[in-house]
Write a protein that binds this ligand. Sequence first.
Ligand code: TYM
Length: 329
Amino acid sequence: MKRMLSGIKPTGQLTLGNYIGALRNFVNYQDDYEMIVFIANLHCITEYQDPEDLKKNLTDAVALYLACGLDPNKATIFLQTDVHSHAELGYIMACNTYLGELNRMTQFKDKSAKGEKNMTAGLYTYPCLMAADILLYDANYVPVGEDQKQHVELTRDIAQRFNNKYGETFVVPEPLIAKVGARIMSLSDPSKKMSKSDETNKGCIYLLDDLKAARKKVMSAVTDSIGIIQLDKENQPGLYNLIEIASALSNRSMEDIVKEFEGQGYGKLKGYVADVVCAELEKIQTRYHEIIESRQLETILKEGAAKAAAIADPKLEEVKKKVGLEIKY
Ligand code: TYM
């Protein structure tokens, strides 16, 4: 069975973008792949997080993994800091990554271009830790949304370079990006990605949003004045995004949805999208509350970390040996 690995960084509440672009795919793949999914808590602190908020977001993220359908009997689910090899290999990877490569990462470039102050060294070297997350497990595939593709590609470069320098060590992973839903856009500004750090809170649907609030966000999504229901991503990005969301959640093709609503007003289509979104959120939220009450999270994470460490720790040992970090008497 081929191995698949991915993670989410809960710097806030998980979003519909995380669900459509990543989480629901983890669930779909867990039967056919050896699935390893973690909570990237070290990645969260590359920017300051209020400690109490962070703790709550991490707990919610694990509960949401399960509520969305990840099954701990099939997938290995753990918290990044519970497997110490991540941080250690992250450092070794940083020593095998060039500044030029990190300077080219668009996430970092965008933040610098915006003139963000107080950017940390952790934020800059973040792709090295992400490479370690993946390479520790010899993952064949990494299911991610479009915005993480560049990081997985850098991971491939680092792995190949390491293999050439020190001998065959890492499996070179491939990013796996879904055809529909790989980049869900903000509902209030369809030129931007739907993101946890949405300042207005209108463009982003959170998985734990109150259903009424979620419906309102869909109904007031920014569209256009063209007024024709069709698939024109360039000129009608807001409309396209809504149809894409509905398509991803209903497993209907985008064309099929367009056919149903052709010739009707945007309000009708938005009503349908809101129904689909709210039905999915309701299902997830019901399970989320059951999971939080059942108090099984700690046990699941402990067992997950033990399974993960059994793969990651020997890999780190192999790397240390190859790099020459060990002393043999
Ligand atoms: P993060 O937490 O930003 O996002 C988690 C996953 O959700 C996807 N995603 C989206 N997909 C579609 N539309 C959107 N609007 C949207 N927003 C987010 C992301 O592409 C991602 O797949 N660096 C990673 C976490 C990470 C990781 C890893 C992932 C750390 N180590 C190793 C894979 C393998 C991150 O910040 O994702």
